[in-house]
Design a protein around this ligand. Structure first.
Ligand SMILES: *Cc1c(COP(=O)(O)O)cnc(C)c1O
Length: 221
């Protein structure tokens, strides 16, 4: 299967209203250009350095860039005004630093709050019990606009995945029903290559797909 074949298949599976983000980490620009030529316009990277390189060198300009991995505070300066959506607001300290640096540059950061729904030590994202405080702080950060939620759920079978997705959708709907300053629930970023169908069934409207677009990733050290 070529990348173009994969994209055609995914586009058949995924409703139009769901944003498909091609997760291109570790993959070369030529592969991304193939995905672009097959119709994809949203790309996701999990490392700032690789994201910057790809933004600088990708030949097509009408694309949206997503930072889907943990953002270190000392790297914010490289992405200000360049990234379309940061999926990984995962601490109040990061929020404060985003607010400070974006305000200084007169820019707005568009973000998703990342929730560690499985409460896993190995993952970033805030715990549910930290959500209220995060929301309160976001209300007071006028250069940071929250556009929704993101989660990377624990590895598990379909029933387990479905339950975590349902839980996320409930939280999303609950926040959407209240009215906060600087906070809108537009995007629910859930689902990857192995579970995107279940995620969409449970209400995801933004899926992050790497291997399903580009084939297996090979990490060489
Ligand atoms: C790598 C990655 C993905 C994509 O994973 P695949 O299994 O290749 O689809 C999605 N989200 C995040 C945050 C990732 O780091």
């Amino acid at each position: 299967m070529t990348i173009a074949d994969n994209v055609i298949e995914l586009k058949n599976e995924i409703p139009e209203k769901v944003t498909l983000i091609a997760v291109s980490k570790t993959k070369p620009l030529e592969d991304m250009e193939e995905a672009y030529e097959a119709g994809l316009r949203n790309f996701g990277e999990n490392k700032v350095q690789e994201l910057i390189y790809k933004m600088d060198n990708f030949q097509y300009k009408d694309v949206k860039w997503h930072l889907i991995g943990h953002l270190q505070r000392n790297k914010i300066k490289y992405i200000i005004g360049r990234v379309d959506l940061i999926h990984s607001l995962d601490s109040i300290r990061l929020l404060e630093e985003l607010q400070r640096q974006y305000e200084k540059e007169g820019k707005i950061a568009e973000v998703l709050i990342q929730i560690n729904i499985g409460q896993e030590e190995s993952k970033t994202g805030i715990f549910m019990e930290e959500l209220e405080e995060m929301l309160k702080n976001c209300e007071n950060s006028s250069n940071v606009k929250v556009r929704g939620l993101m989660s990377i759920i624990p590895v598990g079978d379909e029933i387990s995945c479905r339950n975590y997705f349902k839980e996320m959708k409930k939280i999303f709907d609950n926040i959407a029903q209240r009215s906060y300053k600087n906070i809108k629930m537009e995007y629910l970023s859930l689902g990857m290559s192995s579970d995107y169908k279940v995620a969409i069934e449970e209400g995801s409207n933004m899926v992050r797909i790497g291997q399903g677009v580009f084939g297996k990733r090979i990490y060489n050290k």
